[in-house]
Design a protein around this ligand. Structure first.
Ligand code: MG
Length: 209
């Protein structure tokens, strides 16, 4: 019997409780350098270049029951390079592109802040910025996520650190920011690293299913 709260998921109602006992699994994703080529401050559809294979890999993850949640630092907003509305518009375009394949990313969480451009603002808001965990916790509450069954993939140490703190499996993706130092740091912590998200999902020893 499927849970009425999450009919599309694999929750089950226990015999003595009227709610599901199995929380959802999520694939948390960094954006720039993980999903799309990082051209610096990408905020328009014409600047969005999918990294090869990523849409198909996202569909595979979606079909495997993962809630797809992007958590992205967009300091270009704090710097005044572009607006939150422009970023949200870009994300709607990204989902319209994926919808052609029959699925969408479930949510985009945006941290628009940067400590160098934060005068006069609530300092607590900086906790939304990775490696802070605020947005991950917000998403977990909204989507009823079990971190222990979830992954976080990204191309920077600031993507890996919240995964470790919250008990997710971290995946480091190579990008133009990848250095020997970062690889050594990851390997010293038994964190796996892959050239692309597609390689990670298809060729890894992770239990993705
Ligand atoms: Mg990135």
């Amino acid at each position: 019997m499927f849970c009425t709260l999450h009919p599309a998921k694999t929750c089950h109602i226990s015999t003595d409780k009227p709610y599901c006992i199995i929380k959802n699994k999520a694939f948390f994703l960094d954006r720039d350098g993980t999903l799309n080529v990082d051209h610096d401050f990408v905020h328009k559809p014409e600047e969005w270049d999918w990294i090869e294979g990523v849409p198909e890999t996202l569909k595979l993850l979606h079909n495997s029951g993962y809630t797809l949640i992007v958590v992205t630092n967009q300091s270009g907003i704090a710097r005044g390079h572009f607006s939150l509305e422009q970023v949200e518009s870009l994300h709607r375009w990204v989902n319209a592109d994926l919808e052609k394949m029959g699925f969408q990313i479930d949510a985009f969480y945006i941290a628009p802040w940067h400590p160098d451009f934060h005068a006069g603002k609530d300092p607590g808001l900086l906790g939304e910025r990775k490696p802070g965990t605020r947005l991950f916790l917000d998403a977990a509450e909204k989507f009823d996520i079990d971190f222990s069954r979830s992954f976080m993939a990204g191309d920077k140490k600031s993507d890996v650190l919240p995964a470790i703190e919250l008990g997710m499996t971290p995946i480091l993706i190579h990008s133009r920011f990848t250095t020997d130092e970062l690889i050594s740091w990851a390997e010293s912590r038994q964190i796996k690293h892959h050239k692309t998200l597609t390689e990670a999902v298809k060729n890894s020893t992770y239990d993705i299913s």
